[in-house]
Design a protein around this ligand. Structure first.
Ligand code: F6R
Length: 264
């Protein structure tokens, strides 16, 4: 894992957007794996700016989102589809036919639906670049603690921590989703390149467990240790519990000197 520590959250967002932009310029017909959430908002804003001001062209790209709540009515403002439309797709030129987001309105035959989502990823040639956030409990996608590290796209119930984190997004008295369709850890690990983003002190423990802890299903992001091409971009607050910060900084310096292409 390459660990890049940025002073400010804004620098992290710019760096992540720069990586996506460079990947799209190198291969305009690439397949992107996308996430939602607070960490991603600034990344999409920066990508929209690059699209508008520098003409970054998404017209040949294909996208697959990691996850979607199950049980919300179509068009609900907290749905991940709504998030993606408002924060990104509405402002750039991704072909709507190439946008894939798990369908949270599915009510039956979940296994069949999830298998078809996996098949669509395979048919698109697999994910070239997967962007991930991380939950306080170490989840990536909605692969909650005790998820199989070989898991595929499936219906997943939320942990108490995720339910607590999500409560603020829903009106008092409104019924909150209790589960999501999420791609699996096995699915994520098949992406060619992975970028994990984390900002803020609430993520410090999860980041330390993911990067320096044992490989364990109780922190599913630790499975990224098995992947040969992961870049973690985190801010100082999220890096606070890492034991090897100086070492990561030296690695980045040496990488810039000897294998700059690893830094995108
Ligand atoms: C969302 C997703 C989640 C989030 C994670 C961090 O599509 O897959 O794993 O990335 O919960 O969310 P924020 O950025 O809101 O802290």
């Amino acid at each position: 894992m390459l660990v890049i520590i940025k002073n400010q959250r804004e620098e992290l967002e710019r760096e992540a957007a720069r990586i996506v932009a460079r990947a799209v310029r190198r291969n305009p017909s690439l397949t992107l794996g996308l996430a939602t959430g607070a960490t991603m908002r600034g990344v999409y804003a920066e990508l929209v700016r690059i699209h508008r001001e520098e003409g970054l062209d998404f017209s040949d790209a294909t996208t697959f989102n990691l996850d979607e709540y199950v049980g919300l009515p179509p068009g609900h403002p907290q749905s991940f589809r709504h998030f993606m439309m408002e924060n990104f797709f509405r402002h750039v030129n991704v072909n709507p036919l190439n946008i894939n987001i798990p369908d949270g309105t599915v009510r039956s035959n979940f296994d069949e639906y999830c298998a078809s989502y996996e098949a669509s990823i395979r048919n698109a040639g697999g994910i070239d670049l997967q962007i991930l956030g991380i939950g306080r409990n170490g989840h990536i996608g909605f692969n909650e603690p005790a998820s199989s590290l070989g898991s595929r796209t499936r219906l997943k119930a939320f942990s108490q921590e995720t339910l607590d984190d999500n409560r603020k997004f829903f009106a008092a008295g409104e019924e909150m989703p209790k589960c999501a369709i999420t791609v699996g850890i096995g699915t994520i690990l098949e992406a060619r390149h992975i970028v994990l983003l984390a900002a803020g002190s609430a993520k410090a423990r999860a980041v330390a467990r993911a990067i320096e802890g044992a490989l364990t299903a109780s922190c599913t992001a630790s499975a990224l240790q098995l992947h040969p091409d992961v870049t973690c971009i985190i801010d100082e607050e999220a890096a606070a519990e890492l034991a090897q910060k100086d070492y990561y900084r030296r690695v980045v310096e040496l990488t810039a000197q000897f294998t700059p292409s690893r830094l995108w």
